[in-house]
Design a protein around this ligand. Sequence first.
Ligand SMILES: *Cc1c(COP(=O)(O)O)cnc(C)c1O
Length: 396
Amino acid sequence: MEFSQFNVNTLMEITSRPDLVFVRGEGSWLEDQSGKRYLDFVQGWAVNSLGHSAPEMVRALQEQAGKLMNPSPAFYNVPSLELAQRLTDASVFDRVFFANSGAEANEGAIKLARKWGRVNRNGAYKIITMNHGFHGRTLATMSASGKPGWDTMFAPQVEGFPKAEINDLDSVRALIDAQTVAIMLEPVQGEAGVIPATREFMQGLRKLADEHGILFIVDEVQTGMGRTGTMFAYQQFDVTPDIMTLGKGIGGGVPLAALLARESVSVFSPGEQGGTYNGNPLCTAVGVAVFDALAKPGFLESVQARGRQLSEGLLALSAKHGMGGERGLGLLRALVLDRDDGPAIVDAARKQSPQGLLLNAPRGNLLRFMPALNVSEGEISSMLEQLDALIVAVRK
Ligand SMILES: *Cc1c(COP(=O)(O)O)cnc(C)c1O
């Protein structure tokens, strides 16, 4: 197939896309309309935990599609109960609300915190979030995000999201007042360029929240579901959050997200939260299949091993080319470039022939790596070799 046979102008232009139409995916590989294959280290932005069209997901989808797709959220269904049981067993949380996107799960977290504030803290509603944080693209989650420029883009914002600095406890403390109901952050800021919170900061936030009687919310839409080498990233900081949101990897590629809370915080009354598709059996059945794959003995250990391999490889490239090092947790990592040629490297990687390589540059001087969690040792070695050559070629 030729790219020119497609009329791409029927779609709203919400991002600038290359002249490619992907038609097939398998594991760490994608194939475009011309049959060219690409090694994929983006994976739908850290979404496809098990790679493209993982057999266990296809099986779950096919079986569930033939059984029951949507009885409505007004009734119980088996896969949503099974997935909620798995998530609560694996975490410190007691209750789950399923959503369709990370933004929607975060909207739910914001609503839940505000409701809790109305019941327990004299109507306190402000949620302290972080500069450069990312929580989604609805109006409230854009307001909660700290992306430069987002405060004016669709003004007026939703009120009540004062911004602190990640890893600066004093900046959080200074913002707490009688109207504050919660602190919310990503354990590793993803869109900001893979910036991990420190252990001292996360533990300090928990302590601050306890001292002031406010809630501690972690947005694990990107870091959750094994991405950082443990099922949830908060587990690596030895903290117990009150609310957590999940998205991206939880569905492995199908639209699924979740809001989790501890019992004392689960204060929604009937009618206050909902959504047509929430907890539908088609997507939660896939969620069960993804969860069971991540929970298999040895799976998370292999994520950690691949994370170490990627980290060491990136460090070696950084040293060789005089770059600024690498950072991240597990298989969410970034290489810090010494100049703004990230987008040029991404372009050159995609255009390689006969096989392309898909990378992401969230900033000019940064490359981000989000491979499938079951990426092989050989695929990581191959990516690192290609990247080495690409850096030389782009800089020549
Ligand atoms: C991607 C992301 C979101 C938004 O998820 P959507 O499914 O795109 O709405 C929210 N928070 C974090 C940390 C994310 O990485």
